[in-house]
Design a binder for this molecule. Sequence first.
Ligand code: PMP
Ligand code: GLN
Length: 385
Amino acid sequence: MIYPNTIASKLPNIGTTIFAIMSNLADEHNAINLSRGFPDFNCSKKLISLVNKYMNKGYNQYCPIEGIMPLREVISRKTEEIYSAKYNPETEITITSGATEAINAAITAFVQDGDQVIVLEPAYDCYVPAIKLAGGQPIFSLLKEPDYHIDWEELQKNITPQTKMIILNTPQNPTGAVFSADDMEILNRIIAGTNIIILSDEVYEHIIFDDFEHQSIARYPKLAERSIIISSFGKTFHVTGWRLGYCIAPENLMKEFRKVHQFSMYTVNTPIQYAIAEYLNDKDEYLKLGNFFQQKRDVFINGLKDSNFIIRPALGTYFQLLDYSKISDEKDTVFAERLTKEFGVASIPVSVFYHDKIDNKVLRFCFAKKNETLEKAIEKLLKLK
Ligand code: PMP
Ligand code: GLN
């Protein structure tokens, strides 16, 4: 046996993800779980029967390392139709085990010892561990409250000759902010003449509200030629447990990405790929998603409009931020725990998305839930005075 204290951790300051911690706390206290981002309703029956169909047909073995061609083809068509960008399914699209694997593979493929990676905070929690494991250094740039816009001046100051990558996420988890066409133009100007790679996490590309248009990096040819774009079927089709996502990037970047993907995943779930390839032919299934979740957001915020929470704008994703500073001055981690145990609603304290745990008295609530779940949660949240 190896004596435990002789093992040097590669991630000494990283514990269990907050999503697992708060979900376990919710279960323990029988609270409504609005913490981790997943729907509490089922995915489409048609999609399930398609998976069955392909399992019964015998599509149960390894598939090509890049993913099955029919799925790559349909992603290529979809990307061209929506974002006017052409990606070759042969060489520029890879199916991955969720967005998480794609993010890890992209960071592993490109970030080397001593490279700097700019991360906009508050940030989704899987970027920084991957950067550190690759030997890179995360450099943090703050999104500015209350609407969490990018402070381009600050971001520009963080660019150095060591900057290898900038990670963008729009619509943004946890804030619900969406970046604008102007943001993309400024980014283009700022990085022109550098070798910086953009990692664009677009898992909520179809969950965008109030007539905002998703600014995929794919829309901007000058940016797209140095970008890796990542999306997730888990978010789009309410199947976070199926672990299927994809990555699109120009051939020279994709070639390196695939080197990592082939030895970490080899291939991903075959029958689900066939099912989703067929399902994607009905564009309505993803184009109606924004309206579907906008209605849920509105149920949630309308129900809380007479509460003491301050409702922050949520323009995309399925998360709503609530500022509780009029209710309590407790730390957000303490308040979130008390809210779960005493009031029966679990959320995520936003300080966990900052490396230095900035506490702005804001909690994140997931509204990808049945309306009855949201109504029950609202009733409980209204009790907080
Ligand atoms: N990026 C963001 C911004 C997310 O919110 C999530 C989690 N849903 C992921 C990546 C990971 O997605 P997946 O479940 O497909 O791995
Ligand atoms: N992406 C989801 C969220 O932000 C959860 C993913 C996870 O559990 N790691 O809540």
